[in-house]
Design a protein around this ligand. Structure first.
Ligand SMILES: [Ca+2]
Ligand SMILES: [Ca+2]
Length: 565
């Protein structure tokens, strides 16, 4: 098989497909022909070629020197693939992600054309307000369940705002604030960000109430559509959902507890997202900008006072978001507050936090706990660079380089892939590529450019399965037809724009609780190696769409669509 980026290749970017063969062979010859059938390139595939997953031989077919846009065929003996080179390969791609974000909306949902989860929610856990109602309807369902987290939602909102700030030309206006198909004079990425911001404001209603999570895994008891969700949290089926505050102490209402010991991981995310929003909305909506500015400052002060993490709260199952780092979140918050206020103390704080975790710890590792190092790349270094002096810029660029080097050192295979295949590997892939892109923009150093492109190519089909990991991108491509989603399954809708969890180590897959395929595995021949992926509604580990991963990809796709990529 020949695996390739189904969206196409940018004329001036590195370009490679991967030959995935069933036996050990020497580097094969490959040939590229243009639309007229004329051979434009013929040469040997490049090493390393050693086994990667189900590909016993995995060779790179590098055709970077072809720059002329057009349709081509690339062949190794009788194995042929059609590839495209086009300057607008990523045009509209970032906006396509937003289809999935709109579909995930809590509050008014444009797919169901009704308000969902209107009874949110009642405060639980160790809080003076336990048992009280707080109005927190809104935001996005995290994945194919309906749990909601500030951790993921704030990061999703931040990245979309950042994507718009840096690459506004990549976005258009076809939908209104409610997500209905009617232009409203606002770029749709800002409509979606605002939907997130409004929920975050509700989840941090006063300086003494910082909420972190809405719902818990009791949600998984019933497999319902959002408008008819019958989860029962003790107040009756389909009634109020629990709201978890940050408390600075371990949480979990039942057998399992998390390891929370502070507020800063969540407080930092509130602060960074609100601070960036305060800048971006200063002209569009001054009152809203003033409100989120106050909240940014308040959240940051809470993070300083209560260092440590505020993790996801488990319910009946042992799985939860095990975020262990918080200095990255406080760094980003400090960097944004410096950009907003020009108060030098924030830049000093940002650099101090940055020095405590120069490199996101999953980079270079074989494994990590679930969402242990989150966000998967640290936008804080880039934000320091934007406003720092030459010395400070050099420091944070070096930090990024360390992480990129650690991943690249593990990437000596035909796919040039060095991330660990833990749960949500696609997020790591997108974040590695984003960090590599940011580093390249910061320094002009192209030493990781091929790795950056390989990670992006992987997401759009250059992987052992030949599957685009984003549903509907491209619309005529090979992508998941049977994702783990009740909405897709029951309503027969395509979840356009959704990024999937992605492949995992086969050892992880084998040990997950209650997992089984519902249908014959059409990708079985490609699931014989150390990593697996299944296009099956039953596989919640590799084939579940994820809200925050989808939003996290928006920056990179916007950058690739921008003419100055
Ligand atoms: Ca709009
Ligand atoms: Ca963190």
């Amino acid at each position: 098989m020949i695996r390739f980026n189904q969206l196409g290749y940018l004329p001036d970017a590195p370009k490679a497909a991967v030959y995935c063969g069933p036996r050990v062979i020497d580097p094969p010859l490959f040939r590229v022909t243009d639309a007229t059938g004329q051979t434009v390139m013929e040469r040997a595939a490049t090493a390393p070629g050693r086994t990667f997953g189900s590909c016993i031989s995995a060779y790179r077919l590098d055709f970077s020197e072809i720059r002329k846009p057009g349709e081509y065929r690339i062949a190794v003996d009788a194995v042929v693939a059609s590839i495209r080179i086009r300057a607008n390969a990523y045009a509209g791609a970032a906006d396509t992600l937003l289809y999935y974000m709109r579909e995930q909306r809590s509050g008014y949902n444009p797919l169901f054309k009704t308000v969902v989860h209107i009874r949110d929610g009642i405060v639980v856990d160790d809080s003076a307000r336990a048992g009280k109602f707080v109005p927190v309807t809104g935001g996005w369902a995290d994945a194919s369940d309906y749990l909601q987290y500030v951790m993921t939602s704030a990061n999703a909102t931040f990245v979309m705002l950042m994507a718009y700030r840096d690459h506004p030309r990549a976005f258009t206006d076809h939908f209104d604030a409610r997500g209905l198909p009617e232009p409203n004079g606002v770029p749709d990425v800002l409509d979606e960000s605002r939907h997130g911001l409004e929920w975050l404001v509700r989840m941090f209603p006063s300086d003494s109430e910082m909420y972190n999570q809405l719902g818990d895994d009791r949600d998984h008891t019933y497999w319902d559509l959002p408008p008819t969700d019958s989860a029962d949290y003790g107040w009756g089926k389909g009634k109020e959902r629990p709201v978890y505050p940050c408390t600075g102490r371990p949480q979990g209402l039942f057998k399992y507890k998390n390891r929370s010991d502070g507020f800063a991981s969540t407080a930092g995310k509130y602060a960074s997202t609100f601070a960036l929003a305060a800048s971006l909305y200063a002209k569009r909506d001054a009152a809203f900008a003033a409100k989120v500015r106050r909240k940014a400052l308040a959240a940051y002060a809470i993070g300083k006072k209560f260092p440590g993490v505020c993790q996801g709260a488990p319910g009946r199952a042992p799985y939860f978001y095990e975020e262990d780092n918080w200095v990255d979140d406080m760094e980003l918050a400090a960097a944004e507050l410096y950009a907003l206020t020009h108060d030098r103390k924030y830049l000093t704080d940002a650099l101090d936090y940055a020095a405590r975790e120069p490199m996101t710890p999953w980079m270079g590792a074989d494994t990590a706990k679930h969402y242990q190092w989150y966000p998967w790349h640290n936008n804080g270094h880039y934000e320091i660079w934007r406003n720092g002096n030459v010395v400070e810029r050099n420091i944070v660029a070096q930090y990024y380089r360390r992480g990129l080097r650690a991943v690249a050192n593990r990437a000596q295979n035909g796919f040039l892939i060095g991330i660990p295949f833990i749960w949500c590997s696609n997020n790591l892939m997108a974040s590695f590529a984003t960090q590599a892109y940011l580093y390249r923009r910061m320094t002009g150093d192209n030493q990781f450019r091929e790795y950056e492109q390989a990670a992006l190519d992987w997401l759009f089909g250059t992987n052992p399965w030949g599957v685009s990991m984003v549903i509907g991108l491209p619309h005529n491509g090979v992508f998941a037809r049977d994702p783990h989603s009740v909405v897709a399954h029951e309503m027969h809708v395509e979840l356009t724009g959704a990024l999937l969890d992605g492949p995992v180590y086969s050892s992880i897959y084998r040990h997950l609780l209650g997992i089984s395929l519902h249908d014959r595995d059409e990708y079985a021949p490609f699931n014989t190696g150390f990593i697996v992926y299944h296009d099956d509604v039953g596989d919640y580990s590799t084939n579940e769409p994820i809200m925050d991963g989808t939003a996290n990809l928006s920056y990179l796709l916007a950058a690739m669509a921008d003419r100055n990529h």
